[in-house]
Write a protein that binds this ligand. Structure first.
Ligand SMILES: NC(=O)c1ccc[n+]([C@@H]2O[C@H](COP(=O)([O-])OP(=O)(O)OC[C@H]3O[C@@H](n4cnc5c(N)ncnc54)[C@H](O)[C@@H]3O)[C@@H](O)[C@H]2O)c1
Length: 478
């Protein structure tokens, strides 16, 4: 039976979800003691760093929450056993990437981290523990967790150890995580035991209105999360496919978006065309859905959702190809400035970023990229590209005597990225890229210079009046 009060919480996984989510709960619920645990010592060290600039995750407003709550009622550590044992409620917030080998490789989610967590919980929990799935999981995963926990219960010397499993998927978007957590559209709680559901609801009721807290059965909750991401990704793929038609026909994707978005049945959000969706979730969650459809004998449904990913891939390569075409059919030996590497603005996350595909394509064509991003460091870029850094523009001045072999350098400033470049490509919609002085850019770039605005954040006249050539996504006048 659940206790009547939750005092101690343990969150397993201190990542993009665990860290921000627990920071907001700690802020809103000062009466709770929250321990965020992780096996990654470096990550925990960074969460405990005195310098808030060194937190492992960049999210607007996160540093303030950490400053306010850390070591008051929010703690980061690698002490997994002790904190599970003390917890009344354990959140599982570990990664669930796509399987790379074995059955379902390339599609199904790899549940080894979730299973490991369930085993840890079954081993170390004491008394009654409510286990909350925060990670995005395939439908019916709660059953797996339950089986592991119930097995532990049967074999335990301590018959007083009992569990409830709830599904509470997280809908935050990176880049606005704190805002999303503070003002969620809804909080979804799936489960069977109404007492356990109420105890989790009570936590959210500290700042979320009751009507926004939805209770469903556990499978609906798990499927709703996958479906939500599939619909969002589908919307991006849809508008990106229209951008290609706009460019071919003389239409303008911004005008099309405005026109269709003002239809209340469609709505105006998620209609910005860009370089293709990225992030750790969309592709993985759709692949998961595809796998589930195949598993349950629904190949037509699987094909429908798989196409959302296929068109996204095609769209990213389409952008690299048209850049090469505009630059007289070759980028070999040319310096190209890349502005933005994160998959979206206001995050340092680069997982599945469109920039990775586009940069690799251009390097393959022989370009020398000068990559700038305000929050992504050069080691992360090196890891993502799998190509060693050629030289560091911090230490060596630009000479443009670049060789015909492709490669990349790290630019510590926008200006350094632009010096001597034949083209600049905006791949992430960071605010600062919208404020570039294009007259200055014209002076330091190599003529004839091109600006490729894959995020549609620039005012075209400002770029064109500076004497630069402009290509914008979905602009039929390109
Ligand atoms: N990133 C997002 O925007 C987002 C949004 C909603 C939901 N989700 C889902 O939330 C889950 C977590 O995503 P994330 O982006 O935070 O992942 P992440 O990779 O940033 O963090 C996961 C953390 O879990 C830790 N971990 C793994 N196994 C562990 C174990 N046995 N014990 C302790 N720690 C362990 C890892 O070291 C890592 O630090 C995923 O299922 C994801 O699909 C992510």
């Amino acid at each position: 039976m659940p206790s009547t009060e939750i005092k101690n919480i343990c969150c397993i996984g201190a990542g993009y979800v665990g860290g921000p989510t627990m920071s907001v709960i700690a802020d809103k619920c000062p009466h709770l003691h929250i321990h965020v645990v992780d096996i990654d010592e470096q990550r925990i060290k960074a969460w405990n760093s005195k310098n808030l600039q060194d937190l492992p995750i960049y999210e607007p407003g996160l540093d303030e929450k950490i400053k306010k709550c850390r070591d008051i009622n929010l703690y980061f550590s690698t002490e997994i056993e002790k904190n599970i044992s003390n917890a009344d409620m354990v959140f599982i917030s570990v990664n669930t990437p796509t399987k790379t080998k074995g059955i379902g490789a390339g599609k199904a989610s790899d549940l080894k981290w979730v299973e490991a967590c369930a085993r840890q919980v079954s081993k170390y929990a004491s008394g009654h523990t409510i286990v909350v799935e925060k990670s995005t999981l395939p439908v019916k995963t709660a059953e797996v967790i339950k089986i592991i926990l119930e097995d532990a219960q049967l074999n335990s010397q301590n018959s007083k150890t009992t569990f409830d499993v709830l599904s509470n998927p997280e809908f935050l978007a990176e880049g606005s995580a704190i805002e999303d957590l503070e003002n969620p559209d809804r909080v979804l709680i799936g489960g069977e035991n109404i007492e356990a559901i109420n105890l989790l609801s009570e936590i959210y009721l500290n700042w979320v209105a009751e009507e926004k807290i939805l209770h469903t059965n556990i499978w609906s909750s798990e499927l709703a999360k996958l479906t939500s991401n599939a619909f969002l990704a589908q919307r991006i793929s849809s508008i990106n496919s229209i951008s290609a038609i706009c460019e071919a026909t003389g239409a303008d994707v911004r005008e099309v978006s405005r026109a269709i978005g003002s239809d209340s049945r469609i709505g105006s959000k998620f209609l910005d065309s860009g370089p293709g969706f990225g992030g750790s979730c969309f592709k993985k969650d759709i692949l998961n859905l595809v796998y589930l459809c195949e598993y349950f004998g629904l190949p037509e449904v699987a094909k429908f959702w798989e196409e959302v990913i296929e068109i996204n891939k095609w769209h990213q390569h389409r952008i690299s190809k048209l850049i090469v075409k505009k630059l007289f059919g070759t980028v070999s030996g040319k310096k190209i400035s890349i502005l933005g590497f994160a998959f979206k603005a206001n995050t340092n996350d680069t997982r599945e970023s469109a920039a990775i595909v586009i940069c690799k394509d251009l390097i393959e064509e022989g370009a020398l990229l000068s990559i700038h991003d305000p929050k992504v460091d050069k080691y992360q870029i090196e890891k993502d590209l799998g190509i060693k850094l050629n030289l560091n523009e911090e230490s060596k001045s630009e000479d443009h005597s670049y060789k015909s072999k492709g490669g990349w350098t790290y630019a510590p400033s926008i200006k350094k990225s632009l010096i001597g470049a034949d083209a600049s490509i905006i791949l992430t919609e960071w605010n600062e890229y919208g404020n570039i002085d294009w007259n200055m850019a014209k002076k330091i770039m190599r003529s004839p210079s091109w600006i490729f605005d894959a995020r549609s954040i620039l005012i075209p006249e400002k770029v064109k009046n500076a004497g630069l050539n402009l290509w914008r996504i979905g602009d039929g006048s390109n």
